[in-house]
Design a protein around this ligand. Structure first.
Ligand code: GUN
Length: 279
């Protein structure tokens, strides 16, 4: 039987710490502020943005929403980001992805001032810079820490190489002295590679992709997947029922990594506000 690592427990701890920091900042006359940009009418993005705003309100962080029409031009979007970059009362800027097809996501996220990039999309983990880290991968690192698991010297395998999760996840594990392998759609004999892992991170985006034959006995299995099943229920990238008996630790879906992303966003917003107000 594997031990469950529940993101909800870890997220509560991170949020409580963030709340204490917000209270301390408010006492110093600084009101942390997150600006959220939503372009178009993607329903999932609407839900995510609402959740982020609600969490800000719970913690006492001010949130500003910029709701732009789907036909907004790249120039208009960059002009808004530029205005927010220069607004000293705004500490964090988040442009919800995906953007409508005619807008360039890389150009857009790179336009956000690094010290306000609470998504951590522009961070330079590899250079050891003191940047804000991407929320989901840094949430996974918090979960490992909470469970008393150190990647140091361990074989860590990340399945998936996305810019938002896979790549920064690999860099964070490397920075924590893990021996890191990144697998992707072109990897040959994937199960033989993933079976070697002490810590296996699934960030593929395919429901129940990781099956029992892909997991070594006693592995720590972290499921970053959030897929919708045919019945509308959330399903992870890991076949939980089959993999759980082989794992030493495992994260469930829902209730695993999911709650961490928003908690780390709040933590990043607080860090950004602190750094910009020098308190
Ligand atoms: N879309 C899906 N996940 C994310 C995220 O973490 N940040 C932003 N900005 N957009 C997303």
């Amino acid at each position: 039987m594997a031990t469950l690592i529940r993101g909800k427990d870890v997220a509560e701890k991170v949020l409580a710490e963030a709340k204490a920091e917000v209270d301390a900042m408010l006492a110093e006359g600084v009101l942390p502020c997150l600006a959220v940009i939503l372009v178009g009418d993607d329903p999932a993005s609407r839900v995510y943005v609402n959740k982020k705003k609600e969490k800000c309100a719970e913690l006492g962080i001010r949130s500003l929403e910029y709701k732009l029409p789907a036909e907004t031009s790249q120039e208009e979007l960059l002009a808004l980001i530029d205005t927010l970059n220069h607004d000293a009362s705004v500490h964090g800027i988040l442009c919800q992805l995906p953007l409508p097809g005619h807008l360039d996501e890389q150009v857009t996220v790179r336009a956000v001032a690094r010290e306000k990039d609470v998504d951590g999309f522009t961070c330079l983990i590899s250079s050891g810079a003191d940047d804000l880290m991407p929320c989901t991968p840094s949430g996974v690192m918090e979960m490992l820490k909470f469970a008393g698991i150190s990647p140091r010297g361990k074989k860590c395998c990340v399945i998936g190489r996305s810019n938002i999760v896979g790549k920064p996840m690999a860099m964070l594990l490397l920075a924590a002295d893990g021996t890191v392998t990144v697998c992707h759609s072109k990897t040959e004999n994937l199960p033989a590679v993933t079976r070697e892992a002490d810590i296996l991170i699934a960030a593929v985006g395919k429901p129940r992709f990781v099956t029992a034959d892909m997991v070594g006995e006693g592995a720590v299995v972290i499921d970053v997947g959030v897929n919708r099943g045919a019945d509308g229920k959330l399903v992870g990238d890991v076949d939980f029922a089959a993999v759980e008996p082989k794992a030493s630790f495992i994260t469930p879906v829902p209730g695993g990594v999911g709650p961490m992303t928003i908690a780390m966003l709040m933590k990043n917003t607080v860090c950004a506000a602190k750094a910009q107000s020098r308190i």
